[in-house]
Design a protein around this ligand. Structure first.
Ligand code: SF4
Length: 304
């Protein structure tokens, strides 16, 4: 067993010295989560960081998340712990793609999942999270067409929940698509008493056999509140660490060992230390893109 204590202490001391706040996504490595001030989902983290007096935000996550932190905290310096950590789903759509969709569907409102680049958010009308996507869509007047980007699985879930038809982009999260219905059913056979909790980024056939569909924050609340003692968690495996930490008396299983996001795992303690020590990998956006992306995030708040 590696003792991460000294590196975690070094990172914490550095953060104190530099007036930095360390935020880590729920899918980060356990030792990175344990060194962070806050662990959570992307928008939640950016909002928490914005509410602090820290001068620097060190984001342990993927690129679009650090952009979101900058969108909400333009006066703080935002560093991403590992510059190569991108999100394949976010990279599946560009600002030019959104412009083309608008040309094809004039008058449609564009709803963008938060897992998009700032340049894409800037071209959209309303942002949403996996937790509030259905609520946002349900509030849009019936006579407006809706373009939903980039995740088709989340889009299909929203269609099911709201009864609305969406013009969808065919993006997806490769990590969640590794989780098959067979994996889940196999896991259920091994753990018959376990409840299946799935993420809306999962394939529809996985969603259909889940007892609950939740965002990562929703999964944390659901498992804590449930009387069940065992859960099959259909999302990136990193969440299981936090679930177990917060519910030591309960058991959490992953339906497959493939449910690992390689981008999320690129961040290590040593990279985070180097980034903060050297002030490297700053994420800063052109002000017009930041302001237009912020407008989409703020529009979301008025819909929920
Ligand atoms: S888990 Fe999926 S959506 Fe999340 S960062 Fe990785 S590839 Fe992107």
């Amino acid at each position: 067993m590696v003792d991460y204590g000294p590196m975690q202490a070094e990172l914490r001391e550095l953060a104190l010295k530099k007036d930095a706040i360390i935020i880590a996504h729920n899918y980060q490595r356990p030792e990175v989560q344990d060194a962070a001030d806050f662990v959570g989902d992307s928008l939640e983290l950016s909002r928490m960081a914005a509410g602090t007096d820290a001068k620097i935000i060190l984001f342990c996550g993927v690129h679009f998340m650090a952009e979101t932190a900058h969108i909400l905290s333009p006066d703080k310096k935002v560093l991403i712990a590992e510059i190569k950590a991108g999100c394949p789903m976010a990279d599946m759509i560009s600002a030019a793609d959104v412009a083309r969709l608008r040309d094809e569907h004039p008058g449609a409102l564009v709803v963008a999942y938060v897992n998009t680049s700032a340049a894409v958010k800037a071209e959209t009308d309303i942002c949403c999270t996996s937790a509030n996507a259905a609520k946002v869509v349900s509030k849009i007047p019936e006579d407006r067409e809706i373009i939903f980007i980039p995740d088709r699985n989340l889009g299909l879930y929203v269609e099911k929940m709201t009864g609305r038809r969406l013009i969808m982009w065919e993006g997806y999260c490769p990590t969640h698509e590794y989780i098959t219905a067979e994996d889940v059913l196999g896991s259920k056979k091994e753990h018959p008493a376990a409840l299946v909790v799935g993420h809306p980024e999962c394939l529809p056939e996985v969603q259909n056999i889940a007892d609950a569909i939740e965002s990562t924050s929703g999964m944390l609340r659901y498992c804590k509140a449930s009387d069940a003692k065992e859960f099959i968690i259909a999302t990136e495996m990193g969440l299981n660490y936090r679930l177990k930490k917060e519910n030591p008396d309960k058991e959490f299983y992953s339906p497959t060992k493939k449910a690992i996001c390689p981008n999320m795992k690129m961040t290590t303690l040593s990279k985070a230390i180097k980034t903060l020590r050297e002030d490297r990998y700053e994420i800063r956006l052109p002000e017009d893109i930041r302001a237009r992306a912020l407008a989409a995030v703020e529009a979301m708040v008025s819909y929920i």
